[in-house]
Design a binder for this molecule. Structure first.
Ligand code: GCU
Length: 611
């Protein structure tokens, strides 16, 4: 490794060791919004398509935010002509409408391929109670959001798959508040993800939008999970927002007869521990026990349902509650019926398919999914791999790109750290090898460990071969708990007939997971096992790959690519792909292909072997 990177790495290590002391989750992100005093802003919004950003800049490119924030031409001022003479060239209230949450691509036919700026506007009334505070919370906006309320800029958020919120207490009026959001989904070489992805660039306010009302000092965030390596103790933390003096917080787990009082003295993370009784029922995939939790202060009560379990690796084993497991998984994109999935019903449909397959594990690819997926995985007993879209050729040398990736990691870990189902944080997918990439990923790994030392860290790597032997020796594997890799024998090369006798090797004494394998099939297209795109070819590919995978050293799980067909601008074969990646075991219309049943019977066997 070049000297420069050793020095940079040393600096990073020092910085991150310091950050271990005080865990810094995503700045002021309000967690568990499901159980707060909220008002939904989901529903019909007006929108204006603005490819030239006319609502954002003047004709010489001067940005209204900076040069003239009161400009009547600035769309975020939601201006209406005062008389018949005045020149105003937009009008939200007379503009078409669109549903939020939802991507614009599949709601409006003329926006299917649109990449650029779309303005959204929602008007609402709000009666603010004394001594209350109000925040606007977005589940996600893809890709960049600039948010304004009543003409005032609240802030900017970059990253298409993580939540964010802004305080609006002092800007609210009783009637006709106008919330304007500038959404831009242009792809960008410095962004995360970067320019090239094998999924659709769905733009829009793609997840829930809510107003959250809080007391003056409120419970912003809390952690309640088993302490690393200790199944008898809960390691918790609590964060109160706007705390000026000390405040008493009560943590209750009634079923375990636990009541713990914590005196919180500052607005940072306040850590505590709770001994759990021997009667505790640990969360696992066959019996996903969730406990009712109460977190309360004088001014507020928040409830949650949390499962307690341990997860660790020992040599090549993945150990859940002290027992070695095999991850019977499937990869899932956040997509259903050919659109961005974003409701509880969507999540139920996707995860029910996974359960039908016999899965105990889902890889939520290639970005953080909506929160419904994680709460449902907790309830249904599905282990989860979550990842950020550090995908393919990310600009590893760019510090802003690293900060963006780090922020996305912080946000998803902050949001989901109480979900027992989440066992793996993944920092990359199929990223090309280089010193810069290794340093970038190593920093992300250290950041992840500083936020959450209890879960496992992985990445979907690529492999190489020598004399026909598959070699799993990506250097970053040294820093991962689980060495996962994607391979496409029989689709992007490699012979299927001899696959079962293929040899693999790895220098790592760690669990190995095949995070992707598979091949396309057009549902309903039938032929022989020698005809690509047929269901029979995909079925044969699964049979042969599974026979090969069973022999890979240290194999402890798979998450084949992929549960359902999904849209991709890279897949254009007429009559077969038509803008869809067809590697799904289920078509976009919900029809199962023959390979679905090959995987299902394999998992039936693996469940017997491992139980
Ligand atoms: C890659 C990549 C996926 C992609 C898949 C494919 O491994 O991780 O995002 O969709 O292969 O080529 O279908």
């Amino acid at each position: 490794m070049k000297i420069i990177y050793k020095r940079q790495l040393a600096i990073v290590l020092i910085l991150l060791v310091k950050s271990f002391a005080s865990i810094i989750y995503a700045q002021n992100l309000i967690t568990n919004t499901f159980n707060r005093n909220t008002t939904t802003l989901n529903g019909i919004w007006n929108y204006i398509v603005d490819p030239y950003e006319t609502g954002y800049t003047g004709f010489h490119g001067e940005v209204y935010d900076k040069s003239n924030p009161n400009a009547t031409s600035a769309f975020f001022n939601n201006y209406h002509a005062k008389n018949k003479l005045e020149l105003v060239e937009y009008d939200f209230d007379k503009s078409p409408t669109i549903h939020v949450p939802g991507d614009w691509n599949t709601q409006k036919e003329n926006l299917l391929y649109y990449e650029g700026t779309v303005w959204y506007k929602k008007s609402f009334n709000y009666l603010l109670k004394n001594n209350s505070r109000v925040f606007i919370y977005f589940g996600a906006v893809n890709y960049k959001a600039e948010v304004y309320l009543n003409g005032k800029k609240l802030g900017i958020h970059e990253g298409g798959f993580t939540p964010f919120n802004f305080e609006i207490t002092n800007l609210l009026i009783a009637k006709d508040n106008y919330l304007v959001v500038k959404v831009n989904n242009n792809r960008n070489v410095d962004a995360v993800p970067t320019l090239n992805t094998d999924w659709w660039n769905y733009g829009g306010i793609t997840r829930d939008v809510i107003l959250v009302e809080e007391p003056n000092v409120f419970i912003e965030d809390y952690l309640l999970q088993l302490k690393k390596g200790n199944s008898n103790r809960i390691a918790g933390s609590i964060k109160l927002n706007n705390l000026t003096t000390e405040e008493k917080v009560i943590i209750q787990i009634p079923e375990l007869k636990i009541e713990k009082e914590i005196v919180v003295t500052n607005s940072n993370q306040n850590n505590f521990e709770i001994e759990v009784p021997k009667t505790i029922k640990y969360w696992n995939t066959d019996s996903p026990k969730l406990y009712d939790i109460v977190v309360k202060t004088n001014a507020q009560i928040i409830k949650d349902k949390i499962g307690f379990r341990t997860i660790e690796t020992k040599g090549a084993d993945i150990i859940l509650n002290g027992k070695s497991i095999f991850l019977r998984g499937i990869s899932i994109h956040e997509e259903i019926d050919g659109r961005r999935a974003n409701t509880k019903a969507d999540a139920l449909k996707l995860l029910t398919y996974a359960k039908e397959l016999g899965c105990n594990f889902v890889r939520l690819a290639h970005y953080p999914h909506n929160e419904y997926m994680l709460h449902l995985a907790d309830k249904m007993g599905l282990l989860v791999w979550e990842e950020i879209p550090v995908y393919w050729t990310i600009k590893f040398v760019n510090s802003a790109t690293f900060l963006n990736a780090q922020n996305q990691l912080s946000a998803v870990i902050t949001r989901d750290k109480n979900r027992a189902s989440v066992i793996i944080w993944s920092v990359a997918n199929e990223t090309p090898l280089s010193d810069e990439r290794n340093l970038f990923l190593k920093k992300l790994i250290l950041h992840t460990q500083s936020l959450d030392s209890t879960r496992l860290i992985s990445a979907a790597l690529l492999t190489r071969s020598e004399n026909g032997i598959g070699i799993i020796d990506d250097k970053i594997g040294e820093d991962l708990n689980i060495v996962a890799f994607n391979q496409y024998r029989g689709w992007y090369g490699g012979d299927l007939a001899t696959a079962p006798s293929a040899k693999w090797t790895t220098p790592y004494n760690k669990p190995v997971v095949v995070s992707e394998f598979g091949g396309d099939a057009k549902q309903g297209l039938h032929g022989t096992i020698n005809e690509r795109w047929t269901e029979e070819y995909q079925e044969y590919l699964y049979k042969q790959n599974l026979l090969m995978i069973e022999k890979i050293p240290n194999i402890r799980g798979i998450s084949p690519w992929i549960l359902m067909d999904f849209r991709s601008p890279r897949r254009m074969l007429p009559g077969i792909q038509d803008g869809f990646n067809r590697k799904g075991l289920i078509s976009a219309e919900g029809k199962k292909k023959k390979a679905f049943f090959v995987l299902k019977s394999f998992y039936k066997k693996m469940k017997l072997l491992y139980n």
